[in-house]
Design a protein around this ligand. Structure first.
Ligand code: KIV
Ligand code: ZN
Length: 512
């Protein structure tokens, strides 16, 4: 391909570092498969050495995904790198991404190492990694705030040792576009062997400029890889958003002149899947994937779009996965129609048995809700992945009573470790009573730090999607639940969060 921009997705690694966004192995695998459908070039599947859970997730993704390169992050030491290589052993195409901080601040305060020690460790780590895999990426963490002479020295040395990609992170989101673009350009011009590696940008969004900085790194600096995440998920204010970068480069091909491998029609389904899995709701006015991204409210705009669509639209909604016909299925829709819609939405189900389970849930939903929208189907299959497997707590049923002037009461039935249990409580409102009814039995002692409800498809007939963020013993998790009854959705979200707290506790214990 002429001049291609490599899309490196780090939703499963940097994205997962957002508070509460941690995902189970199965959730990660599902998202990785979706990223493969999206035709992402490189998937950073995790940080294999960080926990047994992460190792298993990277390994499972390396085994399942064939069309994208699978990458594991690793600190610049032999143990981490060996662990990454082991997890990636079965990948069709594997990359090790090793990093060490190079800014004076990080070296002195965080690493407590001298620049010479960092230089040596970077060099030897890349050499070690190159003996294990042919594709090695090196990142000088906090690269943008590093002394430029030192940075040039380190980068030249790691390229000599065989690094095939050089990534220059703006770790703290401090850059501005013109300066960042020129910074990359300067490094490429000054480092004698710079042409032996692909240059990559990795920008955080603390000042809201991650996408702009990345584009400047590409246009001014000549980078040919962008590191990004779905919905811009990531630590603090997040990372550069994949959907925005991709659609900017595609829509303004006249300016960027670059090819992309991405199948943009899967963008929306991927965005929904990530949002529903992590509990990070997409804001309505978010570019490309927000509910309002293609909605025209003013009469003048509506009139213009009806006469000639390009009066107010620079992209086609269908090109990013919004279907023109919004009501998709109903009570009378059969299994084939359901299966076809799953395929059109880019949802890959593992087996016919999974499709059958999802279809049964679809039928239940269609009995309660006459029109089923794409968003309902995405929520349903997402919820399906939540409840599949051996979760500790699984919702069964809920009864609650609330009346003006009386204190609401709730009784909930769920399974705990496979055994049916019942909890009862009153509360300030029906949701409060229901969650207290769960706690009456579980006694997790977790603190709720966020509760939000979102109507999946607009009207009151819509399903409510609830996100609950719980914090316990320094661990933070997000639980998500969807149901036409928001009290039930809340209970499902709460149980989902408890399951995640439980599995996090297990993985910490496993590291011992
Ligand atoms: O932001 C950062 O510096 C990173 C590196 C590990 C690449 O995520
Ligand atoms: Zn980062």
């Amino acid at each position: 391909m002429a001049d291609k921009l490599i899309i490196f997705d780090t939703t499963l690694r940097d994205g997962e570092q957002s508070p509460g966004a941690s995902m189970t192995r199965d959730e990660k695998l599902r998202i990785a498969r979706q990223l493969e459908r999206l035709k992402v070039d490189v998937i950073e599947a995790g940080f294999a050495a960080s926990s047994n859970g992460d190792f298993e997730a990277v390994q499972a993704i390396a085994r399942a995904v064939r069309d994208s390169t699978i990458c594991s992050l690793s600190r610049a030491n032999d143990r981490d790198i060996s662990r990454a290589a082991e997890a990636l052993k079965d990948a069709a195409s594997a990359r090790i991404h090793t990093f060490i901080a190079t800014s004076a601040l990080h070296m002195e305060k965080k690493l407590r190492m001298t620049p010479d020690e960092v230089f040596e460790q970077a060099r030897l780590s890349v050499r070690f990694a190159r003996n294990l895999v042919g594709d090695v990426e090196f990142s000088p963490e906090d690269g943008y705030r590093s002394d430029v002479d030192f940075l040039c020295r380190v980068i030249e040395a790691v390229i000599t040792e065989g690094a095939t990609t050089i990534n220059v992170p703006d770790t703290v989101g401090y850059a501005v576009p013109e300066l960042y673009g020129n910074f990359i350009k300067y490094l490429r011009e000054r480092i004698p062997n710079s042409d032996k590696a692909v240059w990559s940008v990795h920008c955080h969004n603390d000042l809201g400029m991650a996408v702009a900085n990345s584009l400047a790194g590409v246009k001014i600096g000549g980078a040919r890889q962008v590191e990004c995440t779905i919905n811009g998920l990531g630590e603090r204010a997040g990372n550069c958003s994949l959907e925005e970068i991709v659609m900017a480069v595609k829509t303004r091909k006249d300016y960027f002149g670059l090819e992309l491998g991405i199948d943009t029609r899967h963008i929306l389904a991927t965005s929904r899947m990530v949002s529903q899995t992590t509990g990070f709701v997409v804001q309505p006015n978010k570019a490309v994937v927000g509910a309002n991204a293609f909605a025209h409210a003013s009469g003048i705009h509506q009139d213009g779009v009806l006469k000639a669509r390009d009066t107010y639209e620079i992209m086609r909604a269908e090109d990013v996965g919004w279907s023109a016909n919004k009501i998709v299925l109903g009570k009378l829709s059969g299994r084939n129609a359901f299966k076809q819609r799953l395929q059109e939405l880019g949802i890959a189900m593992d087996s016919e048995a999974d499709i059958n389970t999802a279809f049964a849930r679809f039928k239940e939903l269609a009995d309660r809700k006459s029109e089923i929208f794409d968003e309902d189907i995405l929520a349903l299959v997402s919820d399906e992945s939540i409840t599949r497997g051996s979760e500790q707590y699984v919702f069964i049923s809920l009864a609650q009573h609330s009346e003006t002037g009386e204190r609401p009461q709730a009784a909930i039935v769920f399974t705990a470790g496979g055994k049916e249990v019942k909890g009862e409580s009153d509360g300030n409102g029906p949701v409060d009573a229901s969650l207290k009814a769960i706690e009456a039995h579980v006694k997790s002692g977790a603190e709720m730090v966020l509760y939000s409800v979102n109507a999946i498809s607009g009207s009151t007939e819509s399903q409510g999607e609830v996100t609950v963020r719980l914090q316990n013993s320094g661990r933070v998790v997000n639980g998500v639940g969807a149901d036409p009854d928001i009290v039930v959705a809340s209970a499902k979200a709460y149980l989902n969060a408890l399951n995640k707290l439980q599995s996090k506790a297990d993985s910490v214990a496993a590291q011992g």
